[in-house]
Structure formats: C-alpha cells, structure tokens
Design a protein around this ligand. Structure first.
Ligand code: GDP
Ligand code: ZN
Length: 295
C-alpha cells in the first residue's frame, strides 16, 4: 500500500506524490457513492498498480479544507502584501487571516517590495498582532532566505492581491522554479479559464506550495454568514481581553467597559485590526438569522 499527498487533480485522475514520485491514481467507485471528493492536498492511501499508476483507497482525516481554491490540509497561509503599488488593503489581509484562523490554519505575513516602500506600519501591525511577519524584496533578495526557512517543510498556500509579487517571490525562493512574473495564474490554468485548478509544487527546502487566487476570491464567499459572535476568536490578539469586558456577550464594537477597546486605545491591539473586526462584525450582523441557519 502506498501513501502520499494529492498534488494535482485532473479529469478524474489524481496525481499522488509519495515522496519519491508522482503516482497517477484513479478513485475507486466508493468515492463516487460516498459523496466524498478527494481534494488537492489530501493525504491518501493507494494500491500501487503497474507503471506508476494506482487506485485511491482512502482519504486520511483532513486538518482543514478550503473551497476556493479547493484544497485541503494547508499548514500555513502565506499572505503577500505590499506598501508599494499595488498597495495592499489591510482589511483584505484581516479577512483572509480570520478565515484561516477559523480553520486552524496558521498565517504568515510577507511584506514585499520593501526596496520600494518600507511599509513599517503594516509590518508592526502584524508583528504586534502575533504573526510571523517578514520584510522582503523579491527584487534585491532581502528577507527571501528568512521567508524560505519559515515555510520549509510546510504545506503553504500563497495569496495576495494581483501584482504584489507572488510569482517574483516564488522565483526568488527557487530560482529554477521557472515562472515568468505574472505567470502563476496562467500556469495553473486560471485567468484565461473559468475553472480553478489548484496544483501543489514541492520546493527544494521541502515546502509544498499551492498558489491560490487573489484575496478577493479566496474563500471569502459566504463569510458574512458566520455567526458574528464567533468572529472575536479569529482575532488572536483579542484573546487576553475577551473575558475582561464589563458585560457578558460584549461585541467589542463600542460598548462601555470593553477591555478590547481599552487595549486598542492603549496601543496593545493595532487599530486597523480592530477596524477590520468591526467591519466584518457588522457585515455578519446584517445577515438575518434564518439565512444563517441554512449554512
Ligand atoms: P503577482 O501578480 O503577485 O504574481 O506579481 P508579480 O510577481 O508578477 O510582480 C508584479 C510586478 O512587481 C513585476 O513587475 C515584478 O518585477 C515587480 N516586483 C515584484 N516584487 C518586487 C519587489 O520586491 N521589488 C520591486 N521593486 N519590484 C517587484
Ligand atoms: Zn468587549
């Protein structure tokens, strides 16, 4: 029996990396009956057949899963941001971080184009909030090695607004990765096509990388359907204050005696993070309860 990770799924075939090679597997009939669809990123067992082919036997338990892109078992969401054109809106960072936190996926913030614009405020915001944060220039190579060490051995999904330097960073991390800038999406069959393929790549440092669509489509659909009172737990730096508010069930928006608001005022919680929280909270509040129960 073999075991590995699905790196690619195409036309009913699953390409499973078992650490040595890519085995072309077909799913057995039971996957069709059980409504259990193997995802890229799934750890699977398979029965080896002739000449590098196999039959998928089982999907091992998932650590997490995302719909857009359809991928499972992401250890680390690598968010590429920039203070230079195109400037990254912190709200978009906070939104994907909140999704990742809710699914037990760690986030790392990489602030690229540091050579053009040292975005110290952005850097400080995420460092202070408790994330691994990196100052990087894909152009000069600054910070690239440190980023490489941070993602080594992990299954990572890269995301960020278009033009922020995702392809450039992957090329800097792995010079023979061979992506022309702006090519990530094309190589993965997006942009020109409507279907969203996602594919994993192994880097030499052992990192396994999935390129994901930009922030705007990264699993944010339906996010506002989450219960508003759950949102507070996806802002990690709020944690020490959550049980110190004067009133139980405090929304941490504008309540009197709110310990979160006091921490914002004292500078212990970055203001822009709290602003993002309020925005997401209000979006979630607008959804009527009956609609939420459909989820
Ligand atoms: P993607 O859309 O996120 O994949 O972005 P690209 O990697 O295609 O980069 C967009 C543009 O920004 C290209 O012209 C890159 O050469 C440029 N670029 C990327 N990273 C840096 C950087 O750190 N510094 C500078 N000066 N330019 C960069
Ligand atoms: Zn509060």
């Amino acid at each position: 029996m073999g075991e590995g990770i699905i790196f690619k799924a195409l036309s009913g075939f699953y390409y499973v990396d078992d650490g040595q090679r890519l085995v072309t597997c077909r799913a057995r009939g039971k996957f069709r009956h059980k409504k259990e669809t193997p995802l890229v990123g799934d750890r699977v067992t398979f029965t080896p057949l002739e000449e590098g082919t196999g039959a998928l036997d089982a999907i091992l338990p998932r650590k997490n899963e995302f719909q857009r892109p359809a991928v499972a078992n992401i250890d680390l969401l690598v968010i590429i941001a920039s203070g230079a054109v195109p400037v990254t809106d912190p709200f978009l960072i906070d939104r994907v971080v909140s999704i990742a936190e809710g699914r037990g996926c760690e986030s790392l913030i990489c602030i690229n184009k540091w050579d053009l614009e040292p975005a110290e405020d952005l850097y400080e915001t995420y460092r202070k909030a408790g994330f691994a944060t990196f100052r990087v220039s894909a152009e000069t190579g600054e910070g690239v090695e440190a980023l490489g060490q941070a993602i080594a051995g992990k299954v990572c999904a890269f995301t960020g607004n278009s033009g922020v330097g995702k392809s450039s960073i992957l090329n800097a991390l792995e010079p023979d990765f061979g992506l022309a800038t702006g090519e990530v999406s094309d190589r993965l069959g997006r942009g020109r096509h409507t279907t969203r393929h996602v594919e994993l790549f192994r880097l030499k440092n052992g990192a396994i990388v999935a390129d994901t669509p930009g922030f705007s489509s990264f699993d944010t659909e339906g996010m506002e359907l989450r219960a508003p009172q759950e949102l507070q737990y996806t802002f990690r730096e709020f944690a020490p204050y959550l049980d110190q508010c004067r009133f139980q069930g405090c929304a941490h928006v504008k309540e009197k005696g709110c310990a979160v608001l006091e921490a914002v005022k004292a500078g212990a919680i970055p203001r822009s993070r709290h602003e993002s929280y309020v925005r997401l909270y209000q979006q979630a509040k607008e959804v009527p309860e009956w609609k939420r129960r459909q989820m």
